[in-house]
Design a protein around this ligand. Structure first.
Ligand code: SAT
Ligand code: MN
Length: 628
């Protein structure tokens, strides 16, 4: 029932349960200030209840933005505009008073690839003009959300304003959202998040099928003010502001100031056959298998793997000096294509209830389809591709390749709690203790299956040197080329990468702390165009070696890159023939080239600001290669 607010005339407040007058002064002020700028027709404060969610989903169905998938329980399909399918890095900004607080200073005539900076005042002006009246004819939703378990000392609270019902429904899956958050927040401070699809509706104007505004798109972080402004896109990474904008860009800056880490990492619990449990965190670039690894099904008998999170880790030392990690999210926003019973049975066990799919194909029996599910759809169904091509299954193989059924960056948005192997402690407010940190990427050549960093400093150098083949997770790059992606954070740094390196280096000097070991893994090495390593559940064979290294077992030998397994110490029992030698081949010329590329990157991108420790590790690496 629409109610009229006493505070702002002309605006109807739809909320059944939370009134503007119920809000703490700071929250209310934030809302009212933005009502004036955005000029929505209605305002609704989200309480997070299931009734509210049901009406949101009903509304989304009524306006045709969600289609119910009758084959499953409470699952829906959204199809975005083909122009709004991935993060857009070129229009993503970090705004700080001083430029060098946001981005490193590159060498003369070199363009920085480590973030876009703009002066906050200038950006304010630009954003204000974009946001003027941008919610006209729409409802503004107020979403109170917690990143991390509600009330945990490690958690942080944000409030997002949005004019997208799709965002409201997705934020309810991806974060802890609603009334409980306001109760915890009281009149405290919060991260201010403003999002608009940038498509106001004048009286009687028909809405677009997927409103967005590509021309004026901008994703803006203001770390000094803990503010996020996002305009023009409804797609996940651009619009679910708790995720990359808050939990990585803003949080990494808060973490720098408070002495902890906010990282693009999965968190996985591993229990060996003897019943000993350790947790690992692993950073891979977007669309490189974090979700698969986070839900791994071990192929070695006796091992158990349990999932804490698949994308983001917030890690802080506790009083005992242990690095404790929480997953700030409440759901998985995973890449759909490639997910199947073989690659990720636990994802398959998660996603067919209470899930919003975006840009996947649909089937005539009310289900979903994507590349990788060929063997798992009934033979007699017809497939409609994400772009609306009917009977897609009848296309030739060539046509199918040209026009995939699902967009390569199509996603499922699903509750973490539904994962069959969710860790019993995944919501422990104290976090879980991390024993090992893994870095990795898609490297068809040169980089071995696994190696261990020689020291913390060397590990920081390894993270800084990460490269990976570009994927479809961002729309800025051509798929396949090798991109630098230090710490898998390149698109997500909230502050100067050089300072970020110094922060990582500094952590080891925190009194009384026990540093995790650092490793680099590469599941993607190829020979004759084919992957050598089986990957997926067989990755437990590498994790088993890592686990034993954490226990101090003598199973490693030195190599130019770092410590690699001694011959025969990776368990390959039951694997069938596998060319282990080529998984660890490190031709001198390729390593030389690797070192040269790293040096060039650091010098061009960080210019005079390469931390001495990193420079030293680079020189030592070069020395080890030369000595080969
Ligand atoms: O597109 S998102 O940023 O939400 C996910 C990802 O790219 O890792
Ligand atoms: Mn990610």
């Amino acid at each position: 029932i629409p109610r009229t607010s006493p505070a702002t005339t002309g605006v109807r407040y739809l909320s059944a349960s939370i009134q503007l007058t119920d809000l703490a002064p700071r929250v209310r002020e934030f809302v009212e200030e933005h009502v004036k700028i955005l000029r929505p027709a209605n305002v609704h404060v989200c309480d997070g209840s299931s009734e509210e969610n049901q009406s949101m989903v009903k509304l989304l169905q009524d306006i045709g933005r969600l289609k119910k998938l009758d084959k499953y329980e409470n699952c829906y399909l959204a199809i975005t505009s083909p122009e709004d399918v991935a993060r857009v890095e070129k229009q993503t900004y970090v705004c700080t008073t001083k430029k060098e607080d946001s981005v490193p200073t590159p060498a003369p005539r070199v363009e920085s690839v480590l973030g876009n900076w703009k002066d906050p005042q200038e950006m304010d002006k630009e954003m204000e003009s974009k946001f003027q009246g941008s919610m006209e004819g729409r409802t503004m939703y107020v979403i109170p959300f917690s990143m991390g378990p509600l009330g945990s000392k490690l958690s942080k609270i944000g409030i997002q304003l949005t004019d997208s019902e799709y965002v409201v429904a997705s934020m309810r899956i991806m974060t802890r959202m609603g009334r409980g958050v306001l109760d915890v927040l009281k009149d405290g401070s919060f991260v201010k998040c403003v999002h608009s699809v940038g498509y106001p509706l004048s009286e009687g104007q028909k809405d677009a099928e997927w409103p967005c505004n590509k021309k004026k798109l901008a994703i803006v972080q203001y770390p000094e003010r803990n503010e996020i402004k996002s305009f023009g896109s409804g797609y996940g990474g651009n619009s679910l502001l708790g995720k990359k904008c808050f939990a990585l860009r803003i949080a990494s800056t808060i973490a720098r100031d408070e002495g902890w880490l906010a990282e693009h990492m999965l968190i996985l619990g591993l229990t060996n056959p003897q019943g000993v449990k350790k947790y690992i965190a692993a950073a891979f670039p977007s669309a490189c298998g974090k979700t698969n690894m986070a839900m791994l099904t071990p192929t070695i008998p006796g091992w158990k793997a349990e999932c804490v999170g698949d994308d983001i880790a917030w890690m802080r030392f506790n009083e005992e000096g242990r690095l404790m990690a929480i997953n700030p999210e409440n759901g998985f926003f995973g890449v759909a294509p490639g997910t199947n019973t073989g690659s990720n049975p636990n994802a398959m066990g998660t996603i067919f209830r209470n899930t919003i799919f975006t840009n996947v194909a649909s089937t005539s029996d009310g289900g979903v389809f994507w590349e990788g599910l060929e063997k798992e759809v009934p033979a007699d169904v017809s497939i409609t591709s994400w772009l609306g091509t009917k009977n897609w299954e009848k296309l030739t193989d060539h046509e199918k390749k040209e026009k995939p059924a699902a967009h390569p960056n199509s996603r499922f948005c699903t509750p973490t709690s539904q994962c069959p192997v969710v860790d019993p402690d995944w919501e422990d407010p104290r976090g879980v203790p991390i024993d090992a940190i893994l870095f990795g990427g898609r490297r068809p050549r040169t980089i071995p299956l696994v190696y261990e960093a020689n020291s913390w400093n060397h590990g920081v150098f390894v993270g800084a040197s990460m490269r990976s083949e570009a994927t479809s997770a961002a729309s800025d790059f051509k798929k396949g080329g090798l991109l630098h992606d230090p710490f898998a954070m390149r698109p997500f740094f909230g502050y100067n990468f050089s300072h970020y390196l110094q922060h990582w280096l500094r952590l080891q000097h925190t009194p009384g702390v026990q540093m995790p070991k650092i490793f680099h893994v590469n599941w993607f090495r190829k020979s004759d165009g084919k992957f050598i390593w089986p990957g997926f559940g067989d990755n437990i064979r590498v994790l088993d070696w890592i686990f034993r290294r954490c226990d101090g077992e003598d199973v490693a030998q030195s190599s130019p890159l770092g410590l690699i397994p001694k011959e025969g110490t990776i368990n390959t029992e039951g694997l069938g023939p596998i060319d282990m030698a080529s998984l660890f081949q490190m031709p001198k010329e390729e390593l030389r080239e690797e070192a040269a590329v790293m040096e060039d990157y650091f010098e061009k991108q960080l210019s005079g600001d390469i931390p001495a420790e990193v420079r030293q590790e680079l020189e030592q690496f070069k020395g080890r290669v030369d000595a080969l």
